[in-house]
Design a protein around this ligand. Structure first.
Ligand code: ANZ
Ligand code: ZN
Length: 806
């Protein structure tokens, strides 16, 4: 007799797996179908948290199950290791970011291994290593060459606390996604990726992603924000100038009585140049800088603006319309100018009321056009087309579509990121670094002041260089690349992580993409997933891969909660995975987190639940320990009793259910529940005097196989305990015996007035009462009974039911 010594068991198998190279896989092996199981890689903060445990336990079950199902499974792990925390640690503790990061990676890797995760560490990547970022730079240069990367001057989101610019996606409700500070605006020349190049593909291809949650697709769709409308051109009165507006409602043009434009636009400045309104625009623009884009787009925004002394002429009514600057008009959406229609747009209505501007309704309650000249009486949808046609005819308009999606601002004024491989030369301008000179390494002689420009400006060795084109002294770009770019292609690098010639081999990536199952937090629904999709499309366009979508199936796991609240350091309600592993073992931690809730749902932490899972694993261990002698004889099933048949049916139907739960629906919690039932049944069965060893062997093996993806250390231990050679993870997932399950049922003959009327299937252990009910409720029998009276029902156990009617 022995006991469930999880500490020794887990240590032993982790060591054995490592020594045997258990999880190494050959990416070139084509003898089996491929399966790419990927979990979002972590930022190496140094410690894993429960969210990681959940994410990686889910992935590990999928990877182990798929391998046992016969796939060649790629299951890699790595590190999203550039980013601000390393730099902040450098400022605070004087440790170099590289050193801090590498130490954290070592620590976290050890923790992941303690969870018994089946990663092939030969495929590992860390985005902050020159071996990785060399290729990020190569890709940047390819994008630059193809016009997918460019530099422009614009108003950007600026976090005053992180002292860096942020992409639109990184501004959450007006606040910095990282630190929560209110985001400012700043005019800067910055690098962009042309995300808008693929707006339409990014939208259209969402339809192909059947394996993605609808809510994630909807979030992306809204973020891309396609709208249909027209560009309409207005002449400026008394000036040789035209203004084009974008409108989704050309049908309302007869009701347009004023024009509003973005206060910070070039257009506003041009219109007032040399007039008394110059200072009006200047002052109002300053006011706008204190506001975020989100505030300005919000419906609650109190409308404000200024008349700027000019008028335009409405191309259809010929009426003069005053031009105003207004806080609710954004410079970089549409054309930055709007035709104000006070009667039909809420924002324009509020604005017109406040400043006493004319309000003309042009559509009545029945959606019929009024006050609209030749278009009167038309339905508004008809008028939409008719008016656009008219505008096109007179050369004043054109049908257009617009996207909310903007280009992606990728430069960051930070040290711990991938250097942008370009130099600035007085004579040649922006010059790309030559590919043979990559990687441009991060210098080590920088000062972390925590203030001002990129820390790279403090490195003399870095800044100075020679122009690759003309050889004259030049200056290196000191900004680094947004870390979201590092994580936009890591799933391709895993496939060919040791390649020293190119980022990856095309044939391998073509074979291994798309990722068959991607698993991660829903907080990445827009940023990371959209960027990765864009990257795949961009690389496809450049001929680097045949694929246009990176992730075939996506599972977004729920959060781990504590008393209904998110676990977080600031709330002081975190539970450390290491403590749980110490006290109960990794297998218990994994089992609990997979059992407590379906993966997409939030999960409430419960000490009782953990305790319960621990007890269950103990129970499994004791059961095998007590019965292991049965594996010493090789007896056959022989003549089976009813109890034998029932246990066989239970074992096989459990295997069937678990196979189905794991292969089609991530039913981890229901699979574990079924396993628990089977364990209970064996506990009862083993007390019988007439127990059958072959039946017990079958049931126990089933339990061990089923428990192994969830609790791999215990699965492996029990497998060897019952005398099996080799790893349980090298066997094929067993097939259930359909006949054994059928034994659970029997054919029941149903007679009406002594004549056979139907045969129905019922459980073989059915009671006499249930036999009668089953017969009476059968549809065919009901028809025979019709409206006659049932006088008597006779049940003969194991055989038939006779219904007497009159
Ligand atoms: C006239 C009009 C009448 C409008 C009406 C709407 C309703 P979406 O659907 O989001 O694309 N607009 C255009 N450019 C703008 C900018 N830079 N800043 C703020 N608002 C802008 O919105 C398109 C509508 O938003 C456009 O259609 C325009 O107002 C406004 F009854 O034109 B509409
Ligand atoms: Zn030059």
């Amino acid at each position: 007799m022995s006991f469930y010594n999880f500490k020794d068991i887990e240590k032993k198998w982790q060591k054995t797996w490592k020594e045997n190279g258990q999880y190494k896989m050959d990416i070139e092996d084509t003898s089996k179908p491929k399966y790419y199981c990927l979990e979002m890689f972590p930022y190496p903060s140094g410690k894993i948290h429960m969210g990681h445990v959940r994410n990686y336990s889910i992935g590990d079950v999928v990877a182990r199950f798929k391998k046992m199902e016969g796939y060649n499974v790629l299951h890699p792990m790595g590190w999203d290791s550039f980013g601000l925390p390393a730099e902040n640690a450098a400022i605070k503790n004087g440790i170099h970011p590289h050193k801090w990061t590498m130490a954290n990676i070592e620590e976290m890797k050890e923790q992941l291994n303690m969870l018994g995760l089946s990663y092939d560490w030969d495929k590992e990547v860390a985005t902050s290593t020159p071996e990785y970022y060399k290729w990020t730079q190569t890709i940047f240069l390819k994008f630059l060459e193809a016009g997918l990367a460019y530099k422009k001057n614009s108003y950007v989101n600026w976090c005053p606390s992180c002292e860096t610019v942020l992409a639109n996606e990184q501004v959450v409700q007006g606040e910095c996604e990282r630190c929560g500070s209110t985001v400012d605006k700043k005019e800067l020349e910055q690098w962009y990726f042309k995300t808008t190049e693929f707006s339409e593909e990014l939208l259209q291809d969402l339809d192909k992603l059947d394996g993605w949650p609808e809510k994630v697709k909807l979030m992306q769709k809204n973020w891309i924000g396609k709208s249909y409308g027209a560009n309409v051109t207005f002449k400026v009165e008394g000036m040789d100038k035209e203004i084009t507006v974008y409108t989704t409602r050309p049908d309302t043009i007869f009701g347009s009585t004023f024009m509003v434009i973005a206060p910070e636009s070039k257009l506003a400045k041009e219109l007032v140049k040399g007039t008394e309104y110059e200072s009006v625009v200047e002052e109002f623009e300053k006011k706008m800088h204190a506001m975020t884009e989100v505030e300005r787009e919000s419906a609650e925004l109190e409308k404000d603006g200024r008349f700027i002394g000019r008028e335009v002429i409405n191309p259809l009514t010929g009426k003069k319309m005053p031009i105003w600057i207004a806080n609710y008009v954004l410079a970089d959406y549409g054309t930055g100018a709007v035709m104000g229609v006070a009667a039909h747009d809420d924002r324009d209505n509020e604005f017109a009321k406040k400043f006493n501007l004319e309000i003309i309704p042009v559509i009545d309650e029945d959606d019929k056009m009024i006050n609209s000249g030749e278009f009167n009486g038309m339905n508004k949808d008809e008028a939409f087309n008719a008016i656009v046609e008219k505008l096109e005819e007179i050369g004043r308009g054109k049908k257009t579509t617009n996207y909310r999606l903007r280009d992606w601002l990728i430069s960051r004024q930070r040290y711990w990121g991938c250097p942008i491989p370009v130099v600035y030369c007085e004579d040649c301008g922006i010059v790309p670094v030559e590919e043979k000179d990559l990687p441009i390494l991060l210098p080590t002689d920088v000062k972390f002041t925590g203030r001002g420009e990129s820390p790279l400006t403090t490195s003399e060795t870095f800044k100075k260089c020679n122009c690759p084109k003309c050889g004259k002294p030049a200056r290196r770009e000191v900004d680094t690349i947004d870390t979201f770019i590092d994580s936009s292609w890591y799933f391709m690098r895993y496939i060919d992580s040791q390649n020293t010639e190119t980022p990856f081999r095309k044939d391998l990536v073509d074979k291994w993409l798309p990722v068959d199952q991607y698993i991660g937090g829903v907080e990445h629904a827009i940023l990371h997933l959209l960027y990765s999709r864009w990257f795949t499309k961009a690389l496809h366009k450049l001929g680097w891969t045949d694929h246009t979508e990176p992730f075939k199936n996506l599972l977004t796991q729920g959060m781990v909660l504590m008393d209904g609240k998110k676990m977080s350091k600031s709330k002081g309600n975190t539970i450390s995975p290491m403590e749980i592993i110490e006290e109960y073992g990794a297998d218990t931690a994994r089992l609990f987190i997979l059992f407590a809730a379906p993966p997409e749902r939030d999960l409430d932490w419960s000490d009782k639940g953990v305790e319960g899972c621990y007890k269950f694993l103990n129970r499994v261990y004791r059961l095998v320990d007590e019965l292991e002698d049965v594996f010493e004889n090789k007896s056959e099933f022989g003549e089976l009793t009813k109890a034998d048949k029932e246990l066989r049916a239970k074992a096989n139907s459990t295997l069937k259910k678990v196979t189905d739960d794991l292969s089609t629906k991530f039913g981890f919690n229901t699979a574990i529940a079924a396993l628990m039932e089977l364990v209970n049944d064996i506990y009862k069965y083993k007390e019988r005097d007439d127990r059958n060893d072959a039946v017990i062997r079958e049931a126990l093996e089933t339990i061990i196989v089923i428990v192994s993806p969830f609790a791999p250390h215990l699965g492996e231990e029990l497998w060897s305990k019952i005398g099996k050679e080799g790893s349980i993870f090298d066997i094929s997932w067993p097939k259930y015996d359909e006949d054994a399950i059928q034994l659970d049922e029997m054919e029941l003959i149903v007679q009406v007035n002594g004549k056979l009327r139907n045969k129905i299937m019922v459980a073989s252990d059915i009671s006499q009462e249930d036999m009668k009910t089953a017969a009476l409720e059968d549809e065919k029998i009901k028809d025979f009974i019709g409206d006659k009276n049932v006088v008597k029902v006779i049940a003969i156990p194991g055989k038939l039911v006779n219904i007497v009617i009159k």
